[in-house]
Ligand binder design. Sequence first.
Ligand SMILES: Nc1nc2c(ncn2[C@@H]2O[C@H](COP(=O)(O)OP(=O)(O)OP(=O)(O)O)[C@@H](O)[C@H]2O)c(=O)[nH]1
Length: 299
Amino acid sequence: MTQITRCGFAALVGAPNAGKSTLLNRMAGAKLSIVSPKAQTTRFRVLGILMRGASQILLVDTPGIFKPRRKLDRAMVAAAWNGSDDADVTLLLVDSRSGLTEAVQEIIDRLAQTGRTTWLVLNKTDLVPASALLPLTAAITEKLPVEHVFMVSARTGGGVEDLLDKLASSLPEGPYLYPEDDLTDLPDRLLAAELVREQIFMQTHEEVPYGTTAETESFQERPDGSVRIEVTIYVGRTGHKAILIGNGGQKIKQIGERARKQLASLLERPCHLFLNVKERSGWDEERARLRAIGLDDVP
Ligand SMILES: Nc1nc2c(ncn2[C@@H]2O[C@H](COP(=O)(O)OP(=O)(O)OP(=O)(O)O)[C@@H](O)[C@H]2O)c(=O)[nH]1
């Protein structure tokens, strides 16, 4: 008898900083999307592929949804909604400490219009008393019909197994869309640029990371099994370039070193990473730059 398999898409939608990347990583058990305490770090969809029993859960991480101003921001928001368009289930992730904020309200309004199958996932339950969760659930479900409610902590893993089990049993019957051992469809070169950007977020402050983007220029497999990767970091301002490079090149060296180690462990082979810092004001308005980081252009 052949086993019945299930396969489907689950989109994570939430306000910036709700914990989408952390939850995705927790569910997939591997580091797929960059996690940073600073908001709006996820710029494109990352697909986590997760096997649970005879189900293949395809997780889509989306950028935080917020009021778009710059072209880059608009593209991020469009990507967020596109990412969840084709999903079988939309997981509305809400930071239970900040609760029903204006940003959450906006997402709820939009979800209500689309009529998608939505599950409410209250996250960061490790930060609030249990008694706060029911009123929050009531306030949200009053505005948006949801099929299920889960209370999780992406950080500790609490409640995440229940969510995974429910997903696994609810997805439509069908063949797997990806080979079982694939973890992500995030191309390696995009991963390299993301890891560099993550280090910039971790090692610089204030507006520097937001005015910066990273792109992989070349990615070459070498006969000895290693890879040679060149990443260009674009900065919007001269001052930022100096900060990124640091005294005697110390800062950029550290960024490169940490990113290289992570990349080598994720790609499971030695990596040679070369970083270049270039100044280009207005990069966030340029079409080519947006495409390079995986965002389709939007008007
Ligand atoms: N205490 C606690 N912190 C959490 C939890 N989940 C996420 N965080 C923290 O919240 C912050 C934001 O998490 P991310 O996963 O980057 O959030 P995101 O929603 O992907 O953010 P964007 O990329 O801006 O959309 C990080 O500092 C996480 O460590 C949780 O369950 N408990």
